[in-house]
Write a protein that binds this ligand. Sequence first.
Ligand code: CMX
Length: 424
Amino acid sequence: MVRLKDKLAQVLAKQRQELQTILKDGGAKTVDQVTAEQIFAGARGIHSLLCDTSSVPPDKGLIVRGHPIGDLTDLLPEEIFYLLLTGERPGKAELEELRAEFQRRGKTPNYVWSVLDALPDDTHPMCMLNTALLSMQPDSVFARRYEDGMPKDQYWEATLEDALNIIARMPKIAAWIYRKRFKKGPRLDSDPNLDWAANYAHLLGCADMKGGFPKLMRLYMVLHCDHESGNVSAMTAATVNSALSDLYFSLSAGLNGLAGPLHGLANQECLTWLMETMKKHGGVPTVEQITQDAEETIAAKRVVPGYGHAVLRVADPRFTAFVKFGKEHCSDDPVFKTVLNVFEAVPKVLMQHPKIKNPWPNVDAASGSLLAHYGLKEQNYYTVLFAVSRSLGICAQAIIARGLGQPIIRPTSVTTEWLKKACS
Ligand code: CMX
């Protein structure tokens, strides 16, 4: 891992220097304000976290290291991981080295399979993933070296080791969770000729590898890779990481947050909603029928999954990328057609409710229809795919935070009495 490590060492040294200068000259400057509403809403929108891997301007959507996500859809997830970490796309030699590294580290300890075997048959796939991940904590290079007295300036290197091991093992563990949980047959062996995402597609064993499925998996893994650090999963992972918990603890903590229906679990909810409306209308529903269903969902005080966002105020460019893929590969698929009709109907419905700040689709609105097209129809599994991809961003953020020597995260809470006085 010489090339990535050397590059990271340079990048981190430069950024530490830059931050030292910024904080020396302007460290006491007020850069944002807080309202009482923002306090109630869990620090909503307050500029209070440092994250260089990506940003999410409300009017543009995900920008990874300066590149709009729509410009990165042809990259491999390995290239994305390098980009997230260093700010540069890898050259051929760097990419080959990283791919070889993931292959070398892919062997999963046998006890992980035993841990998964011990769980009840109806365990949620996200619980299986996080349990498997946490069970590997005894393998943490960071935890071992910390116990041996590792100096602070080596923290990021040990975290990088943990990240590479985790990312390398993720596809095999996640694919086995699919096969075991949904009774798809025995565990499959990795194919060393395939890239990380295509190998994951192969290990799932649900689709012909000659069709578009490996391409969809690459796209899926790229689109979900990161979304700055203020979202539930990234912020949780960063908080746990800041206590110097190792990456097995911090990543699984973050991914537990991803398992919430307002966050990553929305992709599961989304396909359920689509299938319910299709079942009700006996096929692809019309825009008018969907309009009615969306209104009923809101009247029942439920959310229309896949729509709205805490930050975005435009259609999510990741949704746009999935729709482009769908139009190229499965434009006649009834579920995909329903997605397009929902896109025509739902924003107009949501716009009728002024409290809903963003009526547009987010990343979860289309992905399920594409997965189902290739035979991956068990929607309870979808958040695992999101989690495997998001591990790239969460791991990159954790390594960088260690490399910059960021301290323990510790905002201060206030009481209702304090708020009353402050607002009076
Ligand atoms: N359907 C119905 N109501 C919605 C809505 C939707 N799609 N999106 C927002 N609202 C409602 C909220 O529930 C909230 O209602 P209350 O005031 O009664 O609590 C109100 O509109 C204001 O919400 P907001 O400020 O527009 O949105 P938030 O920042 O509070 O929440 C999000 C953002 C994503 C949780 C919300 O839009 C939502 O629940 N969407 C559906 C679930 C979803 O798709 N989540 C995935 C997001 C992407 C991800 O993180 O993975």
